[in-house]
Design a protein around this ligand. Sequence first.
Ligand code: PLP
Length: 329
Amino acid sequence: MRAAMATAEVGDDVLDGDPTMAELQERIAALLGVQAALWVPSGSMGNLIALTAHLQRGDAFLAPAGSHVLDAELGTPAWLAGGMPSPLPHDAGPGKISPDAVIRAAGTPGPYYTLRTTLLCLENTHMSSGGVVTEVDEHAALAAAARRSGLKVHLDGARLWHASVALGLPPAALTVGVDTVQVCLSKGLGAPVGSLVAGTAEFVEEARRLRKMLGGGVRQGGVLAAAGLVALDNIDRLAEDHDRAARLAEGLAELGWPVTTPATNIVLLTPADLPSTLRRLAQAKVLAGPIGGRIRFVTHGDLTDADIDAALHRIGPAEADYGPSRRLA
Ligand SMILES: *Cc1c(COP(=O)(O)O)cnc(C)c1O
């Protein structure tokens, strides 16, 4: 990846374009089955640009509770994009909302003094629920419900590659019916920086202006886009991360720890006492962090099966934390 960055062909992407940026943007648009895509420095900026384009001040937007746009972007959908967040409870299982809930929450347009709900923000995979995958038919039903209610749809697909690999389907199958989508080249795919926000050519023109306003335009961006092109070669490799997450979850369950069954590369553990289990993991030098009262383990390309086994060995049985007589769910 660093060699590709060093030898990348570049232009000035703020002025009149950069050939490597253009190549990456075209490849991503094709992968996502949309007209056009725009490179942005981070997933958070990609989401913010899409929400800013969709929302007017005085609009409300819907998103499943725990979504990144609600909990992990420092409120920018409200204070920069101008939207009133309206979290939807997971009425269709962990990380999942039902089409009926979307229709109910969208309501019907009221008098001039009422909030207008204009956007549904989906997240696939849903990170804080443990990388839960929304399947194609579930996704299509949600997008259709949003349309029937007059809502636009933005998909936070930071981890869309994981959903695509888990389902064995092309990413474009998971963007049906959306107006805009954001995908990340960092994290699991291994690029140091870079996300893309994508949709119609018209949206991307507007997104380019918004990116400039936010200070996200870069000049010889080809150096960064080259990393992104190499990152795309890592999509299929994510299956190994999913297998290792399953291996970790099985091992932890055997040791008596209550954990989620991962659909992708995230395992959530529900500790009896969060601070003490975090201390125990830190002492064992196993890197995992807290999220919503649980502990999140993420598998990635720098791990081997032996690393998973070593982590399980170091963590050891849950008894010390829960007491031997306690039955675990
Ligand atoms: C990581 C992530 C983002 C944001 O990406 P950054 O590049 O860290 O800003 C957005 N949504 C989800 C679901 C994520 O996991």
